[in-house]
Design a protein around this ligand. Structure first.
Ligand SMILES: NC(=O)c1ccc[n+]([C@@H]2O[C@H](COP(=O)([O-])OP(=O)(O)OC[C@H]3O[C@@H](n4cnc5c(N)ncnc54)[C@H](O)[C@@H]3O)[C@@H](O)[C@H]2O)c1
Ligand SMILES: [Zn+2]
Ligand SMILES: [Zn+2]
Length: 391
């Protein structure tokens, strides 16, 4: 089959790789009908995620049709149209049973790497390095889905492919940020980043009853898209002092909940930009945390900051003093999609959530490298490129 493969830093190619086969009784094989780019893939391309190997198939946000099931799959049968959670849970371990699916203790066959890096192993993720299990990704014609009963979700009739595909990753990630960030009715919420994840976090905050939601980015087309499709306020961080502006809009207090949806390659302005850029290139800090710093600084006393953006290791100039003295709660996680996907598909079905606008570009798998060029470099207003292998 055809697949988009990582070959090295900023290097992708379309290759022929062997078709996947059922390896475990709980596996299903999914014929991919839509698979999208995600900000997390940019960290792979940038060479910031360890344990990638040339030839690895990337991609993790996808929708497809079940074509084969192992003997222990009971909830699905060939022909089901399913969205698959980007992060793999077993459904049986302590973490999965407690709803912390991205901390699954069984789905990552190489737990040693993350255990060593972080003091605890995390779940397997499709197409996201050998540290996350070495699973083949979804920018391919077929994918093997482990523990299919727990990771594949039947898409209700009436929900379009282009809405459903984002229930794999961007929608549940955004929802988790608002939910676990503790958004309550009447809150003011600020979201850093107007990519797919930030936009979905802002929308989730609104649906959870936030009174005001302010989303922050620099790209005019992303800001305009957020105003139009999410319906919240926006701020351009290159022309506005974000912290003062958020104070101004919250009667001097700062937002109750700050959601960071930017990650380890955050852009910044002024001295901070030079400082983080040099330190990251010299490997003196692994991640550039500009948006996390700003969120902590802006957050109201006693408020909460949720980090959705992906970070891999150590950061510099972390404002621990502000965190401690302002009594903030700081949390982060890879998404626990399995908790939310059924409910989110319902919200999509009712029209409360409509993520399909994120699919700014649709193309064949052969155009994978071009799709990533558009997405990575924010060309032509690209927010998500969607590959449809069978079109
Ligand atoms: N926690 C999870 O499970 C999970 C799931 C999906 C994606 N992610 C992560 O979420 C992050 C966002 O993903 P995405 O797909 O929306 O990515 P994206 O690259 O499309 O969007 C990121 C946005 O952040 C903006 N940005 C950069 N620096 C900023 C700053 N200082 N302040 C405000 N905005 C800034 C960029 O202009 C860009 O529009 C990535 O780090 C990705 O890895 C996490
Ligand atoms: Zn993702
Ligand atoms: Zn588990």
């Amino acid at each position: 089959m055809k697949a988009v493969c990582w070959q090295g830093v900023n290097e992708l190619s379309v290759e022929r790789v062997p078709d996947p086969a059922i390896l475990n009784a709980q596996d299903a094989i999914v014929k991919v009908t839509a698979s999208t780019t995600c900000g997390s893939d940019l960290h792979l391309l940038g060479g910031h995620i360890p344990a990638m190997r040339a030839g690895d198939v990337i991609g993790h946000e996808f929708l497809g049709e079940i074509v084969e099931t192992g003997p222990e799959v009971t909830r699905h049968r060939p022909g089901d149209r399913v969205v698959v959670c980007s992060i793999i849970g077993c459904g049986r371990c302590w973490s999965c049973r407690h709803g912390d699916w991205s901390l699954c203790e069984n789905s990552n066959p190489n737990p040693g790497i993350t255990d060593l890096m972080w003091g605890g192993s995390t779940a397997g993720i499709f197409g996201y390095s050998h540290a996350m299990g070495g699973f083949r990704g979804s920018h391919a014609e077929y994918v093997r889905v482990p523990f299919a009963d727990h990771n594949a979700f039947t898409v209700p009739e009436g929900v379009s492919d282009m809405d459903a595909v984002f229930a794999s990753d961007a929608v549940p990630t955004g929802w988790m940020g608002a939910d676990l960030g503790g958004v309550r009715p009447g809150d003011v919420v600020a979201v850093w980043g107007c990519g797919g994840v930030g936009q979905m976090a802002a929308r989730a905050a609104m649906l959870l009853g936030a009174e005001r939601v302010v989303a922050i980015d620099r790209y005019p087309e992303r800001l305009a898209m957020t105003t139009r499709h999410v319906g919240c306020e926006v701020v351009d961080y290159t022309t506005t002092d974000v912290v003062s502006e958020l104070r101004e809009r919250t009667g001097g207090r700062g937002p109750d909940v700050c959601i960071e949806a930017v990650g380890m390659e955050a852009d910044s302005t002024g001295l901070q930009r030079v400082y983080d850029g040099v330190k990251q290139r010299l490997r003196l800090e692994q991640d550039r945390p500009a948006a996390v710093r700003e969120a902590i600084h802006a957050c109201r006393k006693g408020g909460s900051v949720f980090v959705l953006g992906v970070f891999a290791g150590f950061v510099d100039k972390f404002p621990l003093g502000a965190l401690m003295n302002k009594g903030l709660t700081l949390r982060g996680a890879q998404q626990h999609g399995q908790r939310y996907i059924p409910k989110l598909l319902e919200l999509i079905g009712r029209g409360d959530l409509k993520p399909s606008h994120l699919a700014t570009h649709t193309m064949t798998l052969d155009e994978g490298p071009r799709g990533y060029d558009l997405f990575r470099n924010k060309k032509d207003g690209c927010v998500r490129a969607v590959f449809r292998p069978w079109i």
